[in-house]
Design a binder for this molecule. Structure first.
Ligand SMILES: NC(=O)c1ccc[n+]([C@@H]2O[C@H](COP(=O)([O-])OP(=O)(O)OC[C@H]3O[C@@H](n4cnc5c(N)ncnc54)[C@H](OP(=O)(O)O)[C@@H]3O)[C@@H](O)[C@H]2O)c1
Length: 277
């Protein structure tokens, strides 16, 4: 297959390297393609600048859109998700397009279960703008798949580990605060898997098997690191709770496609990250 990865960063590079070992032709588009490893065909372009997208490869089987905003501002989100996706839809013809989205499109905060059919009422501008990008696909001239990832972790993405190690973390115990996550290798693995399906559905949640209470994850990490368990947030009244969290995302639809997780839960995934570091 001929595959363009638009926004070829951490996830895109892992996906691209997997695809080229199978003989696919893969182009990685980003502003600084010199950062791509050998084997991926780098394309220097700015997704927000239509003029820079005029020479894209023809006869593509698949475009995978994985650009991320480089700042946490409304303007950066508008550019990375809405403007960039609109420009790629106009500039790159393909049979299929996979758009990487986020579980921030959900506003649920009551600890209940969420799946692909759940209401999307985002609580933040991030979720609102990413949802706006998803809606661009309603009018797309090709088959589209949206994959909504939860928090991505893996090698080099160790903010939670460091906050536990440094003693900065607190545990949100009462009521439990449910969090969802996905190892970066499974992000690439499931994009690869969904890209090969003959009859995919139009949307999947990209999360592991186990939404887990924030305090359970942090206490498990503390035990593995051999540091004191983080205190309860009740003992640190100044701590701010993340408002976009407290939902349990289901991966049932993804599992029904036959995808096998490399890291099915946080213990497997963080265990691997800790053994590698
Ligand atoms: N982080 C999370 O926990 C999380 C959670 C849910 C969903 N997601 C989504 O998952 C995806 C994962 O991304 P990732 O971890 O692979 O991010 P990443 O490593 O930051 O890669 C994103 C790539 O996009 C490229 N890019 C950004 N703006 C661009 C532009 N204007 N033109 C061309 N390329 C551009 C960047 O390359 P250059 O700088 O070279 O242009 C970068 O390599 C993103 O779509 C993100 O929204 C992430």
């Amino acid at each position: 297959m001929r595959i363009l990865i638009a926004g070829c960063g951490d996830v895109g590079t892992r996906l691209g390297l997997q695809l080229i070992t199978e003989g696919h032709q893969v182009w990685g588009l980003r502003r600084f393609p010199e950062k791509l490893p050998a084997g991926l065909r780098g394309l220097a372009a700015d997704l927000t600048d239509p003029a820079s997208l005029t020479g894209l490869p023809k006869d593509l089987d698949q475009v995978v859109y994985i650009a991320a905003a480089d700042r946490s501002t409304e303007e950066a989100y508008q550019r990375a998700y809405i403007d960039g996706l609109r420009n790629v839809l106009a500039a790159a013809e393909s049979k299929r397009l996979i758009f990487v989205s986020s579980t921030s499109v959900y506003g649920q905060d009551d600890g209940g279960w969420v799946d692909e059919e759940s209401a999307t009422e985002p609580a933040s501008f991030r979720g609102r703008l990413i949802l706006g990008a998803e809606r661009l696909l309603d009018a797309a001239d090709r088959q589209t798949i949206v994959v909504r990832f939860a928090g991505i972790y893996g090698p080099g993405r160790t903010r939670l580990i460091e906050s536990v190690r440094s003693g900065e973390a607190v545990c949100w115990d009462d009521p439990p605060l449910y969090t969802n996550r996905i190892h970066v290798d499974d992000c690439a693995g499931m994009l690869h898997h969904l890209g090969q399906l003959l009859k995919p559905q139009s949307m999947y949640l990209g999360v592991d098997h186990e939404p887990a209470a924030d305090s359970e994850v942090k206490r498990w990490l503390a035990r593995r690191l051999g540091v004191p368990e983080p205190p309860s947030a009740a003992d640190r009244p100044s701590s701010r709770r993340r408002m976009s969290a407290n939902k349990r995302c289901s991966n049932r639809r993804l599992l029904a496609t036959g995808y096998t997780f490399r890291y099915p839960d946080f213990r497997a995934g963080y265990g691997a990250v800790l053994s590698e570091s």
